[in-house]
Write a protein that binds this ligand. Structure first.
Ligand SMILES: Cc1ncc(COP(=O)(O)O)c(C=O)c1O
Length: 401
């Protein structure tokens, strides 16, 4: 027993390390073919514009840009986010990234043992947060379509009620989900909002990829379907740069008031200088101009990856075709173990994230999450060729099965 073992809180016992971040510790992402991280491409960061904007911010705000700021975020940024979503500024809280948004919402809403419903699979960072507060996380697997979705969620809700548990909230990533890349249709969103009304729980809508759409039409947010029952989380990480660590929460003012107090104990205020820079980018249209280029780049990388998978992956492997976001999800034949296969892939110089880590119940052993934003087209091409040949070899030899 270590000397601190009886010193830590009970919550610490439910922390778990992100297997994704463990991969980053093991390898240099630039030295291998990495489909693993959810990293944007560094070439999308508008460095010269950022340099210019930083100096404009210093000229305009002087020392104020480096002072403590309001807990809700600086007015300029709250107003810019409110305008983008056409919501009142009273409904906008700036966060130190959307990961903080997830954590702070869980902290103010859930007690240990409360049920948090989510899709199965779901975002790993959210699962870490939910578990750290010792909630009862229940992932719901379902076939596509509003009928199948309703049936699966009704079953999970009835089960929670039969267990005498309270469902505190449903956490969903409706746009280009991490890890699957898939989106909920408008009908599916409506079903979930209706279930939330009937069974009186809230919905946390986490949508950092929403603006990275490459095909098709935007689908209304779940927040727009019921602004008093849905809490919307957004982020600058994928549309600007993750290093700024800035996001936002849009919610009813009564919910924001609790978040406001909670955030005082977390970080007092989001980073002030970064917020002014982000506000300038949004307000001046520079963010949108840059985003347009980013969307073109990612669309071509997605298309490249889909074409390469079609060409090189052996029969029996299938994948999602996302209309946006940063990921697609591979399903290998039953019996393929993508955790066991991982070491072999890494030894050969290619990384992905085993899909099982995104599942709440140990399922998805034969799945992989693949990122298409991070690497150059050349490296994506070589990486998919390599991974495909390794998968073929494994399926032929059945070593992984
Ligand atoms: C669904 C989802 N939510 C939240 C985050 C965290 O984003 P941020 O950088 O804003 O903390 C990520 C990051 O990959 C994500 O995929």
């Amino acid at each position: 027993m270590g000397m601190y073992d009886n010193k830590f809180s009970k919550d610490v016992g439910s922390f778990f390390r992100s297997p994704v971040r463990e991969i980053f510790k093991r390898v240099d992402l630039n030295a291998i073919y990495s489909f693993a991280g959810g990293y944007p491409s560094a070439e999308t960061f508008p460095l010269e514009d950022i340099r210019r904007t930083m100096s404009e911010v210093i000229d305009r705000y002087g020392g104020k840009a480096f002072q403590y700021g309001a807990t809700q975020g600086v007015t300029e940024l709250r107003e810019a986010v409110a305008a983008r979503y056409a919501v009142p500024v009273e409904r906008v809280q700036i966060t130190s990234s959307s990961q903080q948004g997830i954590d702070v919402c869980t902290r103010i809403l859930a007690d240990p043992g409360d049920v948090v419903l989510t899709s199965n699979p779901s975002y790993l960072g959210a699962l870490q947060s939910f578990r750290s507060y010792r909630t009862d996380v229940r992932g719901v697997s379902h076939q596509n379509g509003p009928g199948a979705l309703r049936e699966a969620y009704e079953k999970a809700i009835s089960q929670a009620e039969a267990d005498g548990k309270r469902i505190k909230f449903l956490y969903m990533i409706p746009d280009f989900q991490n890890p699957s890349g898939e989106s909920l249709t408008l009908q599916e969103r409506k079903v979930l909002v209706e279930l939330a009304r009937i069974h009186d729980f809230l919905i946390i809508e986490d949508s950092p990829y929403r603006e990275l759409r490459y095909d098709g039409q935007h689908i209304p947010t779940m927040y727009s379907l019921d602004p008093d029952r849905v809490v919307h989380l957004g982020s600058f990480s994928k549309i600007f740069a993750p290093g700024f660590r800035l996001g936002w929460i849009i919610a009813h003012p009564d919910i924001l008031d609790k978040i406001y107090v909670c955030k005082q104990s977390l970080d007092l205020c989001p980073p002030v200088f970064d917020q002014y820079v982000a506000a300038e980018f949004l307000g001046s249209g520079r963010l949108d101009a840059n985003l347009k280029k980013t969307i073109e780049l990612y669309k071509s990388k997605r298309d490249l990856m889909l074409g390469l998978l079609e060409k090189h992956m052996p029969d029996g492997v299938c994948w999602t075709s996302p209309e946006g976001g940063l990921f697609l999800f591979l399903t290998l034949p039953d019996g393929f173990d993508s955790v066991r296969f991982y070491d072999r892939a890494l030894d050969a110089g290619v990384a992905y994230v085993a899909g099982v880590f995104f599942h709440t119940d140990g399922s998805g052993v034969n799945t992989m999450r693949m990122n298409f934003s991070f690497m150059s087209p050349e490296r994506i091409t070589e990486g998919i060729r390599l991974l495909s040949s390794l998968v073929r070899e494994a399926l032929d030899s059945k070593v992984s099965q």
